[in-house]
Design a protein around this ligand. Structure first.
Ligand SMILES: C[S@@+](CC[C@H](N)C(=O)[O-])C[C@H]1O[C@@H](n2cnc3c(N)ncnc32)[C@H](O)[C@@H]1O
Length: 407
């Protein structure tokens, strides 16, 4: 590339578009020594080593000499330190520093779990199609196929990854109980509070017919194969199958979903079945941003604001921006900062400060927009073999059934 687009520079240096325009104006006035390129009558900053070095020192100096009164010092609330482990805080801080992002999984803790539960109940009762009621519909449509696939087994264990409030799996469990095939139900989730809600629901719906088991884990890193050893090696092994569910598009929010795919693949056995649901990329879904438990509110939705509020970033410091990034093929939600912030974090070993410039943004949510073909490629490149895929008639939701590829 011969020159940088203004938006690319703003993103790379975490500055506003106005700052980029100022750099160009100051260069024209002879105050800065940047090399500019004229493209179609518009001036851009040339992509040269000298320009990159100059911009880096400009941004550094700006940081050093910025009027400290213009920078808001932000101290996370005490609850932030009560709720997250030091390792999780480190993860949040480094993600803010490196990617200007709050990893989504931390939003489901404590009150965040209740917000998700309220939101999911709203989706479940809505008449229009959404990820929750479409997941339920796809599971129900696929039931006959799954019965055939699992016919030779007497017991079916369910491993529900990112279980949420367990609502989408309710009909499936009910069906297994009626067939007298219900084995273990194991909910895996990063949030102990979400697991608490799932446990309460499972107990309320099924009483003693389903014994709730759970584990707190981050599916990006934590394998779950040890949970399945007793099924793998006991005398009933041939009669039992494990079905791993990943429902509701949980991976779509992750920076690199393939990492979680690998963990899941490496945790599964040769006969185990994997069921995956996802909201697909269409022109309609690119514009879909319905996050609020109360859609009449125009503010950062409850299900996304939990960590932001714990960090103590006041609503007046940002504007919420929703959009589709065609380069990354992601829908995104950013907080565009109206003021410069210095976030001051306490660690056992000392203090770490993260500076975020006015005009820069924090990513609070992303969803990878993928077509059915993309989903199939993703499942296959992570060494699964696809047995079946079903879509809703609006082509917006998919359910894929797969098993691990064996040599
Ligand atoms: C989008 S909700 C989906 C819930 C449910 N499967 C559904 O379809 O309604 C995501 C769920 O996954 C959990 N979760 C998010 N990231 C996770 C991670 N990295 N590891 C484990 N669980 C995660 C959240 O706590 C939440 O319960």
């Amino acid at each position: 590339m011969l020159y940088f687009k203004h938006s690319a520079l703003a993103k790379q240096y975490h500055v506003s578009l106005r700052t980029v325009h100022n750099w160009i104006d100051e260069t024209k006035q002879g105050k800065l020594d940047l090399t500019l390129v004229d493209a179609g009558g518009k001036l851009y900053v040339a992509n040269t080593a000298k320009n990159i070095s100059l911009l880096t020192s400009l941004v550094e100096n700006r940081r050093k000499y910025r009027n400290t009164k213009a920078v808001k010092n932000i101290y996370p609330k005490p609850e932030f330190y009560d709720l997250y482990s030091e390792a999780q805080i480190y993860d949040i801080v480094t993600n803010l520093e490196i990617h200007h992002e709050i990893p989504r999984q931390y939003s489901y803790m404590d009150q965040g779990a209740e917000h998700w539960d309220t939101y999911a109940i709203r989706l479940a009762t809505e008449r229009t199609a959404n990820i929750l009621n479409s997941t339920v519909k796809l599971l129900s449509i696929s039931q006959h196929y799954l019965d055939e696939l699992l016919a030779k087994y007497k017991k079916i264990n369910i491993i529900d990854i990112g279980a949420g409030n367990a609502y989408p799996v309710r009909g499936f469990l009910d069906h297994l109980i009626k067939q007298n095939k219900m084995g273990r139900y194991i909910a895996l989730d990063v949030s102990p509070d979400m697991l608490g809600i799932a446990k309460r629901n499972i107990h309320e719906w099924f009483g003693d017919a389903v014994k709730f088991e759970s584990r707190i884990c981050d599916i990006n890193y934590d394998r779950f194969s040890d949970l399945l050893i007793q099924e793998y090696a006991n005398e009933n092994a041939r009669d039992t199958v494990n079905v791993t569910l990943l429902l509701g598009g949980t991976l779509s929010n992750m920076r690199h979903p393939d990492g979680a795919f690998r963990v899941i693949h490496d945790s599964m056995g040769i006969n185990d079945i994997f069921i995956y649901t996802y909201k697909l990329d269409t022109q309609t879904t690119r514009n879909y941003f319905d996050f609020s438990t109360d859609p009449s509110q125009i503010r950062l939705a409850d299900i996304h604001r939990f960590v932001v509020d714990l960090l103590n970033i006041d609503e007046s410091y940002y504007t919420v921006e929703l959009g589709y990034d065609p380069r990354l093929q992601q829908r995104t939600e950013h907080l565009r900062l109206n003021v410069s912030l210095k976030l001051i974090f306490k660690f056992k070993a000392g203090i770490r400060e993260v500076e975020l410039n006015k005009g820069s943004s924090i990513l609070t949510w992303r969803s990878h927009q993928q077509t059915a073909a993309d989903i199939h490629r993703q499942i296959e490149r992570n060494d699964f073999y696809i047995l079946n895929s079903t879509q809703t008639d609006d082509c917006e939701y998919i359910l894929s059934v797969a098993k691990v590829k064996s040599d």
